[in-house]
Design a protein around this ligand. Structure first.
Ligand code: SF4
Ligand code: SF4
Ligand code: SF4
Length: 164
């Protein structure tokens, strides 16, 4: 549990419900049920993303792959959307948690701090452990959800879990 970050925690603390897991939509996506009813799958956001991380997923609806690269939150996708199902007013731009998988090198006793090095927000710390390699711990309050750590991990050991 301590290896996980839940960006929806602050919303939970505000008493807002968290719905089922869903694909990670481009930032600023409106509620999932509305999104899939109003998005026309036109692909404008896919073309607009300078990072190339938006792809056509199930039903041709856009999804984000943070393993390819981080999101800079440039808002090019939001600006490109003719249906306004991506909105700058939706904050945080998405809600996700990062799940550390067992294939993490540090979990397998191999020294690696690549994800921490990639995190400009300084949201990943490595706690020294007695007779064990230090493992990453993510501070959910400091994490912006940019995905830089996800893209940097040589083992693809950080799994993004999005919530609607
Ligand atoms: S905010 Fe920018 S980098 Fe992030 S998904 Fe949209 S277009 Fe791509
Ligand atoms: S630009 Fe808007 S309407 Fe078009 S695929 Fe992207 S989210 Fe859907
Ligand atoms: S690199 Fe980005 S997604 Fe990863 S922990 Fe840091 S702020 Fe969060």
């Amino acid at each position: 549990m301590d290896q996980q970050v839940n960006l929806s925690r602050r919303n939970l603390l505000r008493g807002q419900p968290v719905s089922m897991e869903r694909p990670l939509r481009p930032p600023g996506a409106i509620a999932e049920a509305l999104f899939t009813s109003q998005c026309t799958a036109c692909g404008e956001c896919v073309t607009a993303c300078p990072q190339g991380i938006i792809f056509r997923g199930s039903g041709a609806y856009p999804e984000v792959n943070l393993r390819k690269a981080e999101c800079t939150f440039c808002a090019a996708c939001i600006d490109s959307c003719p249906e306004e199902v991506l909105q700058i007013a939706v904050q945080p731009p998405w809600r996700l948690r990062l799940q550390l998988e067992d294939r993490c090198l540090a979990r397998r006793q191999v020294v690696c701090q690549t994800c921490g090095d990639a995190c400009d927000a300084d949201a990943i710390r490595f706690r020294p452990l007695l007779r064990s390699v230090a493992r990453p711990q993510i501070d959910p309050d400091a994490c912006t959800g940019c995905g830089a750590c996800v893209a940097a991990c040589p083992e693809n050991a950080l799994t993004v879990i999005a919530h609607g």
